[in-house]
Design a protein around this ligand. Sequence first.
Ligand SMILES: *Cc1c(COP(=O)(O)O)cnc(C)c1O
Length: 377
Amino acid sequence: METAIKTKIWLSSPHMGDMEQVYVKEAFDTNWVAPLGPNVNQFEMAIKEYIQNDVYVAALSSGTGAIHLALELLGVSRDDEVLCQSFTFSASANPILYLGAKPVFVDSERDTWNISPQLLEKAIINRMALGKKPKAIVAVHLYGMPYKIVEIRKISEKYNIPIVEDSAEALGSTYSGIKCSSFGDIGILSFNGNKIITTSGGGALVSRKEEIKNKAVFLATQARDDAPHYEHSHVGYNYRMSNVLAGIGRGQMEVLDERVTARRANFEFYRTNLAELKEIEFLMEPTGYFCNRWLTCILTPSFEAREKIRLALLQEDIESRPLWKPMHLQPVFNKYPSFTDGTSEDLFDRGLCLPSGSNLRKEDLERIVALILKTVL
Ligand SMILES: *Cc1c(COP(=O)(O)O)cnc(C)c1O
């Protein structure tokens, strides 16, 4: 009998195409190794063309930096309050603290696992009654599933509070055929190592206003005023993307749609092949929603059932991960106000992200499914 060599299966690993090295080499050949240069411009153009909807794009060193700049550009400063989806990665909330502002966490709803319109409005009314109108809303398309775009926008307009649209996990996702990152007052993208495409590290700020893009670039390049010497009237940051990494990004943009297709195929494979396990649930797309399926997530009946599957996979060198631990439960954030109804706590308890890379092989997926079936049945 043939013994298969069982290699480690990662949750989500980088997946390069054919052109990344060509563009990186171009940077070397032309000595555009120093920050900025043609790859940055081309990468921004490629994102702009992909997102459509008349957006302007600033390529930055990380998604976290993009959120930091977005909040600052929306006027968030010391002692302000910022509403933030609790069910997310910590990078959605950390920049609120960089600015000396305070997060107010809002729980998720069941249809998309993202910020609940009801709890968001409740939080706004509560904070306003206390005499503090929140300065911004950080809404997240978690695991690539768009949040309730229309409902959240309505609340944002009713109370005149702008939205930072955290699309770090949602490049390629759409709502009503429109690409994520173009719905918020400012959108942000991430090209970190395990995202749907990567520049090894990087991010972008997206806005429909050219002025916002220009201000973001200004702040991201040490806030140099227009003068022959170095003149500064603002505190600046070093947040711009390097021209070498933008070369990787150019190549990745050319294969983005293929990556989305591959990740969606992973989701369909899991859903079809685990269908006999009635106790395992998947998050389906509501009408009008298109999810890039960055990570395929399952909901098990209990914490114990979740752990049983996770540990069985780990035993076989297969990486899986519990869903994000809500921010209102995190030691660093639990002293801040939160408006919750148990939804994200329940998802965190019972949910598991399965290996979802666009470079998974059919035999990897078959191995994972077989192991889950064996563990649960
Ligand atoms: C990855 C991620 C970020 C941060 O992006 P980086 O590029 O890693 O700084 C922000 N928000 C969410 C939801 C993320 O998943």
